[in-house]
Design a protein around this ligand. Structure first.
Ligand SMILES: [Zn+2]
Length: 466
């Protein structure tokens, strides 16, 4: 289609108009009609309209829209959090799109705040620069955050450019000497960069594709910007892991797509791009890294991945029916456990206020009656309240000072770290649990967890992850 560019601009204009209309209101209550405007009826990967509803997590506020003290008097805007499966290509995706301007202009995660993630991305950059970037070549990172990964290339003879719509993180990138365009990546922007800085030998996008509604536009942008022999590398959380461990609290409005290999192949093929290699590793609860080049070849290794996914039944509605059942069990067991603690006179606080915590609390209907407060070590979040369920957020020290007897670790991917850190709380008799109701204890030799798993929050759904 030759009208791609005008269409994109038109879409952007429509977006801007809607934003003005909807978000300029200081009491943004969306009517059902305006919410319907944000509904998506075609598949993000293959473009077809064979979408079936498979999961519903209710109407939820955006998971990172923490409330400041002045906001507590207003009602929050809630969007449906429902998930659809494409019967044609197997892509799992959200049905509704929260305006990206609301989600990504001020981002609350800084890559540099996690040493492990900083090292991970720096190693990725180093490896692919060695593999595919000639001296003086251009490296572009989409969603470059605070510039941590690109800054790690400062001793190599390459040119770097970051793109990130979040103004706050871009300021940090600039202070590291990483040139950054504060914009959403799009085909017109890619064309502009190709014109002014030349084609890119390497384009990297880590944990970004899931955030973008118009993946066709991204692929067209990569087509415009990528050198004929260049490489596009991306990382995304893997659907196989979400299913296998029932990580349903990683479903929230910022994550529009939940990727498996087959739909990714379908997406890239439509744009003359080929996914040639897929690596799977346990970052963020399970991530895949894909390598993409120009062309249409389907490699044997990618074909084998697709066959594995067929065996895992990743595109079968029955798989999601089992996940839905598991979600309901988790909700019931967690609520009844919290009620039991309350009836026994024990106070349970949340530990960590990540986006996944917001999802879990809202999906399970856990308000301040059952869980009065939450602690989090991020200073930016302290003093705010959890979206929807409204728990106030305190620094971790408050747990002991306020004499909470139990802590529910909402940031369950950091459970071992948190348990090791909270010795004082445990010495004073405090006990730590993850949402699967396993108990965590710090022992002289390390951290151990105890107990049965009544809720099955992360029990296997009997699929094999390769
Ligand atoms: Zn599809």
């Amino acid at each position: 289609m030759t009208t791609a560019e005008p269409l994109t601009q038109q879409t952007q204009q429509r977006l801007a108009d809607r934003l003005k209309r909807v978000w300029a209101d200081t009491h943004p209550e969306l009517s059902p009609a305006s919410i319907a405007q944000w509904e998506r009826c075609t598949c993000r990967a293959c473009g077809r309209s064979q979408l079936v509803d498979v999961l519903c997590l209710g109407d939820q506020p955006p998971a990172n829209a923490f409330l400041s003290p002045g906001d507590t008097g207003r009602r929050e805007t809630r969007f449906p959090l429902s998930v659809r499966l494409c019967e044609n290509c197997g892509m799992l995706q959200l049905a509704h799109v929260v305006p990206p301007e609301m989600l990504f202009r001020a981002y609350s995660f800084f890559t540099s705040s996690s040493n492990r993630m900083g090292e991970h991305f720096s190693m990725l950059m180093g490896r692919f620069v060695e593999e595919s970037v000639p001296s003086g070549g251009l490296v572009v990172e989409i969603g470059s955050n605070d510039g941590t990964a690109l800054a790690s290339l400062r001793h190599r003879r390459v040119r770097v450019l970051g793109i990130d719509p979040a103004r706050n993180v871009s300021v940090m990138a600039a202070s590291r000497g990483v040139p950054t365009i504060t914009e959403f990546f799009s085909e017109p922007l890619a064309a502009e960069i190709a014109r002014t800085a030349g084609p890119a030998s390497l384009i990297v996008a880590c944990n970004v594709l899931g955030h973008i509604d118009d993946l066709d536009d991204v692929c067209r942008g990569i087509q415009r910007l990528l050198d004929p022999t260049g490489t596009f590398v991306f990382e995304v959380p893997y659907l196989g892991d979400l299913i296998e461990r029932a990580e349903f609290d990683t479903i929230y409005h910022e994550h529009l797509s939940y990727f498996a290999v087959r739909p990714l192949v379908a997406l890239f093929q439509r744009h003359g791009l080929a996914l040639t290699r897929v690596e799977h590793f346990p970052v963020h609860g399970g991530t895949i890294r894909g390598t993409v080049v120009r062309g249409e070849t389907l490699t044997d290794s990618v074909r084998r991945r697709i066959e594995c996914e067929e065996r895992m039944q990743l595109a079968e509605p029955s798989t999601f029916a089992r996940l839905d059942e598991r979600m309901r069990q988790t909700r019931e067991s967690l609520r009844s456990w919290l009620q039991m603690q309350r009836d026994a006179g024990l106070t349970v606080w949340g530990y960590g206020a990540p986006a996944k915590g917001t999802v879990l609390l809202n999906y399970c209907g856990i308000d301040t009656e059952l869980l009065p407060a939450v602690v989090d070590s991020t200073p930016m979040k302290q003093g705010l309240r959890v979206p929807g369920t409204r728990q106030p957020i305190f620094p971790p020290g408050a747990l002991t000072v306020q004499k909470a007897q139990r802590a529910l670790i909402l940031a369950w991917n950091h459970a071992a770290e948190i348990t090791a850190r909270e010795c004082e709380f445990q010495t004073a008799g405090g006990r730590l649990f993850t949402p699967d109701l396993r108990e965590w204890k710090h022992e002289p030799g390390g951290v151990e967890f105890f107990g049965d798993t009544p809720g099955g929050f992360r029990q296997s759904l009997d699929v094999d992850v390769y």
